[in-house]
Design a protein around this ligand. Structure first.
Ligand SMILES: *Cc1c(COP(=O)(O)O)cnc(C)c1O
Length: 356
């Protein structure tokens, strides 16, 4: 608090990102990064951008990042007019809240979900109502029908539960809310889900957001995008061009293009993560954990006999960090990002020791 702060800043409750510890040799299973490196073609493209002509960084990047929009459009079989790109999907989401979710009526999202959503509501003064997940932590589409709202947003798979909603359920929500934008945050869709991008040509109220941080191993580059009807994209462009005309730098644009084009690398990394996830889920089950079915690159699990915060602390003493949320309904769960096979082996070995 300071007399120099605006009222808005005074009232903010900022998002708290997962820890990025500066300690070496940690097994870091807390922020859902990909354990595998990005495509070598992405690294080569970034090096070429730097190396070919050292003076290139002197010039502004393409404000519209057309090369990247075209690469994304090709990958997802849409037109470039249906694509918006930004400096991370968090930034894309921030623009979505401002451009498409700020209306008279409160917006709707699940009670257990990505904790950035209420933060954007606070930043932009958007009213919201949370919709409780079912007892099995699934989203019930019927809860989003017959309920006037200023918009709807949820991740699919949901975070931090990892549970996937089938496309038929998403269609049910879209059909029931023709006058609201329905935002499906697909940060984790590449780990086993079916993307709602296949529905954007049929529903002008659908916006799907993606990130290169998880399935394309580029959390450090900060690139995200949204796909939807050109009218929705235009709204995002209007906000973006009122905020920062050049959200993606030259290195991010060329790196992201190469990563989008290297589908073989992408598929191989996703396949490995999925296989490790399924092995780890089974092993935690054998240790007595209750593991929610996950379609993401993390699992959400609780042990009926052991306090989650205590478990997280004991793992930390063994240099393994996982995420624990001190929140209603989920404070007995741990969210564990899928690491390499060796990292997940180290985790189960440590847990076996801790559980005794
Ligand atoms: C990680 C994550 C994001 C943000 O991804 P960035 O592109 O790295 O900002 C958005 N939504 C959900 C649900 C996430 O888990």
């Amino acid at each position: 608090m300071s007399r120099f702060w605006s009222q808005v800043v005074n009232d903010l409750t900022p998002y708290v990102p997962g820890e990025q510890p500066k300690i070496a040799n940690l097994i870091k299973l807390n922020t859902n990064e990909n354990p595998y490196p990005p495509s070598p073609r992405a690294l080569a493209a970034i090096q070429a951008e730097l190396g070919d002509d050292a003076a290139r960084l002197r010039l502004y990047p393409d404000p519209n990042a057309d090369l990247l929009k075209n690469a994304i459009a090709r990958t997802h079989a849409v037109t470039a007019r249906q694509v918006f790109v930004g400096n991370s999907s968090d930034e894309v989401l921030a623009h979505v809240f401002m451009a498409l979710l700020k209306h008279e009526q409160p917006i709707l999202f699940p009670d257990i979900t990505y904790s950035f959503y209420p933060v954007y509501c606070g930043l932009y003064g958007i009213a919201y109502q949370t919709v409780p997940l079912a007892d099995d932590f699934s989203i019930n589409p019927a809860d989003y029908t017959g309920r006037p709202n200023g918009g709807i947003i949820f991740p699919n798979p949901n975070a931090p539960t990892g549970r996937l909603l089938p496309l038929a359920a998403i269609e049910q929500i879209l059909v029931a809310n023709p006058d609201s934008v329905v935002v499906v945050d697909e940060a984790y869709i590449d780990f086993g889900g079916k993307s709602a991008i296949s529905l954007v040509d049929r529903y002008d109220n659908l916006l799907v957001t993606h990130t290169l941080s998880k399935s394309r191993s580029l959390a450090g580059l900060r690139v995200g995008f949204a796909i939807g009807h050109p009218t929705l994209i235009e709204a995002l462009e209007r906000v973006k061009n009122s905020f920062n005309s050049y959200p993606l730098d030259r290195l991010a644009i060329v790196g992201a293009v190469a990563a989008m084009e290297d589908s073989a690398w992408f598929e191989e990394c996703c396949t490995k993560v999925i296989a490790t996830r399924d092995t780890l889920s089974a092993e935690l089950g054998e240790l007595g954990f209750e593991v929610l079915p996950s379609a993401a690159n993390f699992i959400f699990a609780r042990h009926p006999q052991h306090d989650a915060a205590e478990l997280a602390k004991s793992l930390r003493e063994r240099s393994i960090i996982v995420r624990h949320f001190k929140l209603p309904r989920i404070d007995q769960f741990l969210r564990i990002s899928i690491g390499t096979d060796a990292e997940c082996q180290a985790l189960t070995t440590a847990l076996r020791e801790i559980l005794g």
